[in-house]
Write a protein that binds this ligand. Structure first.
Ligand code: GSH
Length: 194
């Protein structure tokens, strides 16, 4: 059985969501960043981690990609042009949304206090809105890759939820509708009721 290390209020949620979507059993070891169980497996103290047959995997996107390829779900096959497009969208979401949100988090509560520059936050909010609008202009739906849901959608939907909780305004109607649809999926409800 897969062992997930992390807590749901972090990017760990992406892994729980994936495992619920593909119907694979897992055990969640609720351990926050820099907690003893996490540090024992990952010297950077970051979560999520996935333990598979004694091997520990890090990075949420790498873990989602591994699970998708292994189970042949929520991905186009490696080596296909559709997969190259899917990967491009995944990286776009990481570069243009995840990285902006993460910079805001670092300057709010991650970096040592004397290294934080809170004045950067309005600029990050502007950049997030601009990048989201660009993504939305390309988005035909219902998913990033059209009719097929992929791991890129899990990452995008997680970033939108993160933006809500970080008080980043989301005004784009298409992205608001996508976010609502994704939040209402059975897999998400199952995580909430665990
Ligand atoms: N790119 C990594 C980022 C992992 C990461 O930064 N996780 C956060 C929680 S969402 C963390 O553990 N932060 C602690 C730290 O930065 O020291 C991923 O997608 O898993």
């Amino acid at each position: 059985m897969y062992k997930v290390y992390g807590i749901a209020v972090t990017r760990t949620f992406r892994i729980l969501w994936m495992l619920e979507e593909i119907g694979e059993p897992y055990e969640l070891i609720e351990a926050g960043p820099h907690s003893a169980p996490v540090l024992a497996l990952n010297p950077s103290g970051k979560v999520p981690l996935l333990e598979v047959d004694g091997t520990v995997l890090s990075d949420s996107t790498a873990i989602l990609t591994y699970l998708a390829d292994k189970h042949g779900k929520l991905t186009f096959p490696a080596g296909s042009l559709q997969r190259a497009k899917q990967d491009g969208l995944t990286h776009k979401v990481l570069d243009e949304l995840d990285a902006v949100l993460w910079t805001a988090s670092r300057h709010s509560f991650i970096l040592p206090e004397e290294q934080r520059v809170p004045e950067v936050k309005p600029s990050l909010k502007w950049e997030f809105s601009r990048n989201l609008k660009r993504l939305s202009d390309q988005f035909e739906g219902p998913f990033l890759m059209g009719d097929t849901m992929t791991i890129a959608d899990i990452i995008l939907a997680h970033c939108l939820n993160w933006a809500f909780s970080a008080k980043f305004p989301i005004e784009d109607e298409k992205m608001l509708a996508f976010s609502k649809e994704m939040r209402e999926r059975d897999a998400v409800r199952r995580i909430a009721s665990r």
